[in-house]
Design a protein around this ligand. Structure first.
Ligand code: ATR
Length: 282
């Protein structure tokens, strides 16, 4: 029987996940399909009951359901529980088990540029849900420092307080971060500032950027945000959000099917949909 996979979110129209996973199913000759479903917050519980009833094999959840899904599941893995967010659910013999592949997806993408982050000084910009997944996952991998710069400094402090893994961290105001920017080897922009259509926005000034730094932005639309463009012009290496998106999808696909998918193929497929070219990434 055909296996069904899905992504639940609101809105969901812009999601690239269906294109990415359906291409993999056909490439690996699997009788399976992946479908997007727009589910309002108040309907999430009913949607999960429906997915149980039809015996769905697995699904992704995206904004705004990543935290509220947790009490509706039968089990949640340790990292996802500490992050407080699930983006991937696997039907394990009738039990819906939640995982978080966002932070690990980011880390996998990062490792294509930096094989190890130990001894690195990292600055995370933002303190929302995406920052939380990335910060906790990086903290587990023990870089020398991970500081957090955020518009609301209290939220950065809360994130540092909540982290279950020991790492040296300070909370900074956004306008203060630029004053110390040359200290950091890796800068990770995790907010939606600069995303299409507001492409002229940038979360902070980067006039003190270390030209040897790696600057990552989790946004992939546009492929080069204003922040990344300026970082590139200042001599830094840049990485857009495409790798994180593709690797979180690859990790989910692997959990569902046991197959480690061809990440390069996934990347080219998404790039084709975005109308970009590979070399925009570097
Ligand atoms: P997500 O789950 O996608 O990370 P979120 O939880 O709403 O989204 O977090 C959004 C992040 O973007 C936060 O760090 C937020 O800063 P605040 O904590 O001060 O709200 C940041 N952000 C959003 N709009 C911003 C803006 N105009 N300027 C600076 N930071 C902004």
């Amino acid at each position: 029987m055909k296996k069904l996979y899905a992504v639940l979110g609101d809105p969901i129209g812009q999601s690239m996940s269906p294109i990415m996973h359906n291409d993999l199913f056909s490439y690996y000759q699997m009788d399976a399909a992946y479908h997007p479903f727009q589910v309002k917050s108040e309907d999430l519980k009913a949607a999960i009951l429906g997915l149980r009833a039809i015996g769905i094999s697995g699904f992704n959840v995206t904004v705004p359901h990543k935290s509220t899904i947790i009490p509706l599941l039968d089990g949640v893995d340790e990292l996802a529980m500490s992050i407080g967010a699930v983006n991937t659910v696997v039907n394990e013999d009738g039990r819906f088990v939640g995982y978080n592949t966002d932070g690990l997806g980011f880390l996998k993408g990062l490792s294509t540029y930096l094989p190890s982050i130990s001894d690195r000084k990292v600055l995370v910009i933002g303190a929302g849900g995406a920052a939380r997944a990335i910060y906790f996952t990086l903290a587990y991998n023990k870089p020398q420092v991970i500081d957090i710069a955020n518009r609301t400094i209290e939220k950065a402090e809360e994130l540092i307080e909540a982290c279950p893994f020991e790492v040296s961290s300070r909370a900074l105001a956004l306008n203060d971060a630029n004053n110390h920017l040359e200290d950091y080897d890796v800068i990770i922009q995790t907010t939606m500032i600069g995303m299409s259509p507001k492409v002229l926005e940038q979360p902070l000034m980067i006039t003190n950027l270390n030209p040897h730094a790696l600057v990552c932005d989790i946004i992939y639309n546009p492929l080069e945000t204003k922040l990344l463009k300026e970082a590139r012009q200042r001599g830094a290496t840049t990485q857009n959000g495409l790798d994180m998106f593709v690797y979180q999808g690859a990790l989910a696909f692997e959990k569902w099917t046991g197959i480690t998918p061809d990440v390069q193929r996934m990347k080219e497929n998404v790039l084709k949909q975005l109308g970009g070219t590979q070399n925009v990434n570097r």
